[in-house]
Structures are given as C-alpha cells and as structure tokens.
Ligand binder design. Structure first.
Ligand code: NAD
Length: 337
C-alpha cells in the first residue's frame, strides 16, 4: 500500500529540487502517494495565505512532509513559515547530518549528526524594546526560555538516535559557565539523561565556543552533538561548510505527531529558474524520510547512489565544482541506484 506524504515544492529552486527527489525516490521503488500542497510565496500568490489550512490539514493527516525551501521576506511581510510549521506541529528535534563525501575537501572522515532543540531558547519569540526618555528603541531584550521538559525530550531523542543509528558518542554542547540558569538547566537535564545510557554510549560536554574551534580544527572527533536552538542553528551551518556547503546538507524536523524533511538551505533566488540547483540536500532529506518511514534498506541504497556520484565528481552541479544541470545530476544518481 502506498504511503501518503505531503509534498510542499516551495519557492525559488524548491520545485526543481523536490521534483528531482520525487523522481529519485520513485526510481528506488518507494511507493509514495504524494499530496502536493502550497506554502510560502507560492501560496500567497495562489490563495493569499502563506500557510493555507489545507496544507496544515494535509500534514495532520499524513504526519510526514517533504518540503522545499520557502521564501521569508526580510524585515517585512509574513513571519517565517518554517518557524510557524515547527510550532504548529511541535517539531522539537532538528536533526542535521553532515558527512564528508566529496573529494578534495579540507577534511576526510567527518560524520557528524547535529541535533538541535527546535522550539525553545532564544527562538521562542519573547522580545521587546525598552523606551528611555524620547528613544523608544533605547534598549532591546530577547528572552531565552529553557524548560526541563523541553531539555529532557531533546536529550532523550539524541541518546535514542545515537543508539538506534549505531553511534558511539554524544557531545552535550552548552554555555552553562555564563548562562548559569537557562544553559545550566539544559546541561543539568542532559547529565541526568546521560546517566541512563552509561556503558552504552560515550558522553562528553563542551562549551559552545570551544566546540566551534574544535569543529574547525578536529571535526572528525565529533559524532552526535546535542545542543540548544541558537547554538544548533549556527553550528549546523558550520558543519555544512565542513562537508562542502549548504547544497549538501538535509534537515529533519521531528515531533511526536509529525515530521517535516527539508534542505538546510534557502530558495537560492540568484540561481532560481536556471535548472542548475544542486538537489542533493533535499534528496538526502528524502533519505532521512525513508528511514523515518521504516525503509532503512532503501534509504541506504539511495544514500549510496548519491554519495557514489558525488565521490566520482564527474556529473555534479556548479556549486560543488561541476557543470551538470539538476536534471543531469539526478539522472546520474538514478543510474547509480
Ligand atoms: P540560500 O540558502 O537560499 O542561498 C545562499 C547561497 O547558496 C546562494 O548563493 C545560493 O545560490 C546558494 N545555494 C543554496 N542552495 C543551493 C543549491 N541547492 N544549489 C546550489 N546553490 C545553492 O540563502 P539566502 O539567499 O540567505 O535566502 C534566500 C531565501 O531563502 C530567503 O527568503 C530565506 O528566508 C529563505 N530560506 C528558507 C529556508 C527554508 O525554507 N528552510 C532556509 C534558509 C533560507
């Protein structure tokens, strides 16, 4: 029986790279009934709503979505749809793997999975200005909220992920030396959860600044990283950069009742419509999705085909040093399956 999955093609390069992924998954034999839905600028143009109820309803029904990047206007217009979707479905775990596959990178042997708390911290949206005298913007404050429950579920997710994916080590990344309350609570809960996994996984702690330095100097020593929202946002772009850039790294947003799989990168307006975008990140999001749907063997086969084509570096897109179009690269991956 085919598996229902919501497909949000997205804006800019989104439709071309999600089409490439749909084609690849079909070629790999995945029996998926795609339910195409709109969000972002495409939805504003079609139905004057950046996040139509039909899209929310579809995800509520299928509980799984594959999503292209969505355009968020800077400093005006509607708020980020990505943040709205994460909130609507309480997608608390953001899982971003980064593996060094391309030849000629500065490092070999990088295989890091960064697990970022996706709903709390500084991204909770409690912000305001403080007026002093005539200056309405004399000061500004953004509140970081960390809860015991939020910390517990993200640490537990990270440890369970590590066990189920045959990983050996989890690094808790924090700034509890300075932010003794919020980051202190995150670390306290992490230590407590870690005790339950003693003997099964190696556990270490790193202060975020030292972690950033070490990720650049000795990235191969990292395995699974678990951290708070803002640190995870920044460090996951860093780990993307270590393995060849944003065109290569996927991200899964996981909640209790739904999961949304996407690329880490945006709509790439500078190259949209030219047929040259790199679809790898969304394809690898498709691999994460197959894993989530319990199709691990198929996921490994698709991943191996993508990595094989990247490793050969004969038919790859311009952002990673090749001349292939999106379509030519997709054909090469399918031929490799
Ligand atoms: P971007 O990731 O779209 O582009 C940054 C650079 O990387 C550009 O030069 C682009 O051409 C290149 N690039 C990105 N993906 C690529 C790919 N698959 N193949 C080849 N090159 C690629 O970041 P931006 O320009 O800062 O943002 C553009 C828009 O995307 C904004 O509206 C932003 O809000 C949105 N955005 C959406 C998401 C999401 O939906 N998850 C994430 C980030 C940004």
């Amino acid at each position: 029986m085919s598996i229902p999955v919501t497909l949000i093609p997205g804006d800019g390069i989104g439709p071309s790279i999600t089409d490439a992924t749909v084609r690849l998954l079909a070629a790999a034999g995945a029996d998926i009934a795609w339910d195409r839905q709109l969000a972002g600028t495409a939805a504003v143009q079609a139905v004057h709503d950046p996040i139509p109820e039909a899209t929310i309803e579809s995800i509520r029904r299928t509980r799984v979505a594959l999503k292209g990047p969505l355009e968020t206007p800077v400093g005006k217009g509607f708020r980020s749809i990505n943040v709205a979707l994460r909130k609507a479905f309480d997608l608390y775990a953001n899982v971003r793997p980064a593996r060094s596959v391309l030849p000629g990178l500065r490092f070999d042997g990088i295989d890091i999975v960064l697990i970022r708390e996706n709903t709390e911290g500084l991204y909770i949206g409690i912000e305001n200005y403080i007026k002093v005298g005539a200056d309405a913007h004399a000061a500004a404050q953004s509140v970081a909220v960390i809860t015991r429950q939020g910390s517990e579920r993200i640490h537990r997710y990270a440890f369970e992920y590590a066990i189920s994916h045959g990983r050996r080590k989890v690094t808790l990344v924090h700034k509890a030396n300075i932010l003794k309350y919020s980051q202190g609570l995150f670390l306290e809960v992490g230590r407590k959860v870690a005790k339950e996994y003693a003997g099964r996984l190696q556990v270490e702690e790193r202060i975020v600044d030292a972690c950033a330095m070490e990720l650049v100097m000795r990235p191969e020593r990292y395995d699974v990283i678990v951290t708070t929202n803002l640190f995870g946002d920044i460090l996951s772009d860093l780990t993307s950069g270590l393995v060849g850039g944003l065109g290569l790294t996927p991200g899964a947003n996981i909640g209790q009742d739904a999961a949304i799989f996407e690329a880490v990168h945006g709509t790439a307006p500078d190259i949209a419509g030219q047929g040259i975008a790199n679809p790898t990140a969304v394809m690898l999001a498709g691999v994460q999705m197959l894993d989530h749907l319990g199709q691990a063997d198929r996921a490994r086969r698709v991943q191996a085909a993508i990595e094989g084509v990247l490793r050969d570096k004969q038919v790859v897109t311009g952002d990673v040093g090749g001349t292939a179009t999106t379509e030519q690269y997709t054909d090469a991956v399918i031929a490799r399956l």
